[in-house]
Design a protein around this ligand. Structure first.
Ligand code: HPA
Length: 274
């Protein structure tokens, strides 16, 4: 595994000659942040050795290198999901490669269902913590000591300082946002009303099919994480409505400017607060 990560990172360094400070995982329908990146180089996943290839429509598969708000970033345009059939280790390969390229901070974004009754479709949510409901963990198996410890601490999976930075920016700009706990499930089915209720009762405000494995891999390596979700549908008791992939993408597009602005602000200022 370690050799493969190194091999892929070396290939990318050769191709790009670029040292990113920040890694960004662009979630479903949130590709618009891309418009704010001054792109210097694009690599298709299919051209990168050892990279899995994305299978969902609306998920492109490219690694983008460029500048966002004056910072060198690498962005994953198209991520990998457990429901596509990848193993947990495959899901986090790119995160590990981005670390080997030099990232000092990871931003994750996603679309998800909201279960907190105060939430509305189109809201953006700062992820303050998560609950892993996936049937696994990317760190299961022999620990790769070169990456991180056997038993990583998860007391601050999402950096409090980065959350404060985002909140200050949003408050200054008058951007309304929610803050909450994200639970990860396998999908590809959306939840039944009973499942939404259960996931809310155990302490989550939102539920989605991604993000948590990536965050675990980043924290294993000691990389601080900032995460945001767009609430694309509601699983609130009594108001569970039918949900489709198209609706999810539509709601994500509406919320995108708010989320892009907050992420850009965190990317700009992260080294001032960490
Ligand atoms: N559940 C799980 N994943 C999702 C949802 C949801 O309601 N909406 C968008 N991704």
């Amino acid at each position: 595994m370690l050799k493969k990560i190194q091999e892929t990172a070396d290939f990318i360094k050769d191709q790009t000659n670029f040292e990113p400070e920040v890694g960004i995982v662009l979630g479903t329908g949130l590709g618009g942040l891309v418009e704010e990146i001054e792109i210097e180089k694009t690599l298709e996943y299919t051209d990168i050795p050892n990279f899995p290839v994305s299978t969902v429509s609306g998920h492109k598969g490219c690694l983008l290198f460029g500048n966002l708000n004056g910072r060198k970033i690498v962005a994953m345009q198209g991520r990998f999901h457990f429901y596509e059939g990848y193993s947990m280790q495959e899901l986090v390969f790119q995160i590990r490669v981005m670390r080997f390229l030099g990232i000092q901070m990871l931003v994750v974004s996603n679309a998800c269902g909201g279960m907190n009754p105060a939430f509305n479709v189109g809201d953006v949510m700062i992820i303050r913590d998560h609950i892993n409901l996936l049937p696994g963990n990317p760190l299961i198996g022999k620990n790769i000591d070169e990456l991180g410890p056997r038993f990583p601490d998860m007391g601050e999976a999402y950096s409090r300082k980065l959350i404060q930075l985002a909140e200050k920016y949003a408050n200054d700009q008058g951007i309304l946002y929610q803050k909450g706990v994200y639970a990860s499930v396998t999908g590809p089915t959306f939840e039944t009303p009973a499942e939404y209720k259960y996931i809310h009762i155990i302490g989550a405000d939102a539920v989605g099919m991604s993000t948590v494995p990536e965050v675990i891999a980043a924290r294993h390596m000691g990389v601080p994480v900032f995460g945001m979700s767009v609430i694309t549908d509601l699983g609130v008791d009594g108001v569970v409505e039918e949900v489709s992939h198209e609706e999810v993408i539509k709601a994500a597009k509406t919320a995108e400017p708010k989320m892009s602005a907050m992420i850009s602000a965190v990317v700009k200022g992260f080294d001032q607060v960490l």
